[in-house]
Design a binder for this molecule. Structure first.
Ligand SMILES: Nc1ncnc2c1ncn2[C@@H]1O[C@H](COP(=O)(O)OP(=O)(O)OP(=O)(O)O)[C@@H](O)[C@H]1O
Ligand SMILES: [Mg+2]
Length: 610
């Protein structure tokens, strides 16, 4: 128990989960269910009438020999059969359709909610897990709503109507003929339980197989590069074997339980004839009634067989519903509270006050150890630091991908007012930002779509592409901006991918542009071109507005052009100042500068050497 995480809010009870689900999703289809119920009752009623008519026909034949009456009965049975087929089909369609519609709506809602959640949520839910919930769990919920509800009504209606008719004919025969059926139902139920335990197991094993396939296909070039195909095939073989074995067990269980009910029915019919036959001879029953009885046992068979599945369908449906609700009602981490403030209309500075941060999964390892500094707005601010010193983490806090503590980051407006970053509306703040992360993500769509992330505006696109120094690359691509970049941008070079992501950032209007190491894969010339873009961007606009650029880089040649540079050292602030200042007083900066200068001189020497 000690290790168990205690949920922040107690989970709602099964009943409140179900009530909320019914209110939000099931009840909107009540017309479908009501119509379905009417047709279902029609089906059950006809299923009782047909054997009765059959009994009448047989008895007429035996007792009076009135062929006209027999013919009339046959005609009636035929018509009732035709109507039964139509009514039965309609009842199914009316019950199953809302199940599908509900699945569609629930999946959309689920995606719309999950896509707004923050990194801490995705740290505890893998993509595979979320996909599972949005696919197979949803199917179980759909089965509960469609098949489950249909079965409840079906069992109740059939058992009530047919059972009543059987009881009317003979209470003792009813008890006698139902006994074997009920006994076999108990056995079948045990089998069904075992079957679904195995089915759950198979589901998880299949999940592992798919995870392995997905990861292997995504990393196929690494696997081939390291000649590791054999190991990966072996791992798949192992996982797939488990899955296959479980499926074979399931096939056995199914093979054993499936014939149980029909066998029990045969026994019932035997008992019926053995006991009912003498009763008919004694005149207590008619032959027609015995025939009707046999037909009734047959018509009870399917709903009763469905009973076991129905219980399981509801169990699994509840279970899945709870898993879906966990995503659907996951609370978005928004510490700004119910009435968030607006960010300052014009930013004068971003102030860090003893900014400390540790990732939730490594609470004992502080990544930022108390940064205090005022970053003036409207400038290019460089961030320098060794790898792992916390640069990306600082950017994540500024862009609120992670939450800083209250009062640790303040936004000061030109009017002198300061607002806590955690108190402002997340949406408002994100509208002011353009973020180009260190590992950019491209979607397998056209470059144009990747840059605009919505309806592309041609003029903006041209400007963004030019500023990101992507023009020359585009003209070499088969369809220019319309070229589809393949999964995760596989068709582009590393540098092209980086600049496409940069163009995505530059396409938007922003007050703060955050660039995490976007110069790592560009040559000297492109670097200078991009720096030029940044200088151009931070020149005052016609309204005097100047966006702020925060540029993380390892390249001091680029940072030399920044107005100020923040130097991080193992999560602490080593220095903050202009390039010349830092060269004079910051040892870490000096050292890096002379190393990089030497390196540049060497590579120039190599280039000019004959
Ligand atoms: N999601 C995370 N969970 C736990 N620890 C993390 C996470 N992301 C980063 N860290 C840790 O935080 C520290 C700082 O990482 P960060 O990515 O901020 O460094 P960086 O300065 O950007 O490095 P680089 O120059 O290599 O990009 C590292 O020690 C890293 O292991
Ligand atoms: Mg980084």
């Amino acid at each position: 128990m000690a290790n168990e995480a205690i949920p922040a809010t107690p989970p709602p009870s099964v009943w409140s989960t179900l009530a909320r689900f019914t209110r939000r999703y099931v009840l909107r289809y009540w017309v479908w269910f009501l119509a379905g119920l009417v047709f279902l009752l029609g089906t059950s009623w006809l299923a009782v009438q047909i054997p009765l008519e059959l009994a009448r026909g047989i008895d007429a034949l035996r007792e009076t020999g009135d062929l006209d009456a027999v013919r009339a009965s046959a005609m009636k049975i035929t018509w009732m059969g035709v109507v039964l087929i139509v009514v039965r089909t309609l009842s199914r369609v009316l019950f199953f359709t809302p199940g599908r519609l509900l699945e569609y709506r629930l999946r959309t809602d689920l995606f719309a909610h999950v896509i707004t959640l923050q990194p801490s949520f995705f740290a505890s839910h893998s993509a595979g897990d979320i996909i599972n919930r949005a696919s197979s769990d949803l199917q179980f919920v759909r089965a509960m709503v469609g098949f489950g509800i249909l079965q409840v009504f079906n069992v109740v209606a059939t058992v009530a109507l047919t059972g009543q008719e059987m009881y009317r004919i003979s209470p003792s025969l009813t008890a006698l003929s139902l006994a074997p059926v009920l006994l076999s139902l108990i056995l079948v139920q045990a089998g069904i339980n075992r079957f679904f335990t195995l089915a759950n197991q198979a589901q998880q094993q299949l999940g592992k197989v798919s995870d392995h396939l997905l990861a292997s296909l995504q990393g196929v070039r690494t696997i081939q590069g390291f000649n590791a195909e054999g190991a990966f095939i072996e791992r798949l073989r192992e996982r797939d074997l488990n899955y296959t074995e479980t499926n074979l067990k399931m096939a056995w269980v199914r093979t054993i339980i499936m014939p149980l009910l029909p066998i029990a029915t045969t026994v019932s019919v035997y008992l019926l004839i053995a006991v009912g036959g003498p009763m008919a001879v004694a005149g207590k029953l008619s032959v027609g009634q015995i025939v009707a009885f046999v037909a009734y046992i047959g018509s009870l068979l399917f709903p009763l067989r469905g009973l076991g599945f129905m219980v399981t369908v509801f169990q699994r449906g509840f279970n899945s519903l709870e898993r879906i609700d966990e995503l659907l009602y996951a609370v978005a981490e928004q510490p700004e509270g119910p009435s968030p403030a607006a960010p300052p209309a014009r930013l004068a500075a971003i102030e860090l006050h003893d900014l400390k941060f540790a990732y939730p999964d490594a609470p004992d390892k502080p990544v930022l150890k108390g940064l205090t500094v005022t970053l003036p707005a409207g400038r290019i601010l460089g961030v320098y630091g060794a790898t792992g010193s916390g640069k990306s983490t600082l950017l994540r806090l500024l862009t609120r991908q992670r939450n800083p503590g209250p009062g640790q980051i303040l936004l000061r407006g030109e009017d002198g007012q300061a607002v806590d970053l955690t108190a402002i509306s997340l949406g408002e703040w994100r509208r002011r930002l353009a973020v180009v992360p260190q590992v950019p993500f491209l979607f397998s769509e056209s470059i144009e779509q990747n840059i605009a992330m919505g309806d592309p505006d041609p003029a903006r696109l041209t400007a963004a592409v030019r500023r990101a120094a992507l023009e020359a690359d585009l003209s070499a691509l088969p369809e220019g901006l319309k070229t589809t970049v393949g999964e995760r941008g596989i068709m582009l070079s590393g540098g092209q991918r980086q600049r496409a992501a940069l163009a995505r950032g530059l396409y938007r209007d922003f007050d703060l542009l955050v660039l995490d190491d976007v110069l790592s894969a560009v040559d000297q010339k492109t670097e200078q071109q991009l720096i030029h873009t940044l200088l151009e961007l931070t020149a005052p606009g016609p309204d005097g507005r100047r966006p702020t650029v925060i540029l993380v880089s390892h390249r001091l040649s680029a940072l030399a052009r920044a107005d100020k540079v923040l130097v991080l050292q193992e999560g602490g602030l080593a220095d903050f100042g202009g390039h010349e200042e830092l060269l004079r007083r910051c040892p870490a900066y000096q050292e890096a500068w002379s190393e990089q200068q030497e390196h540049a001189a060497e590579s120039n020497a190599v280039e000019v050497a004959p």
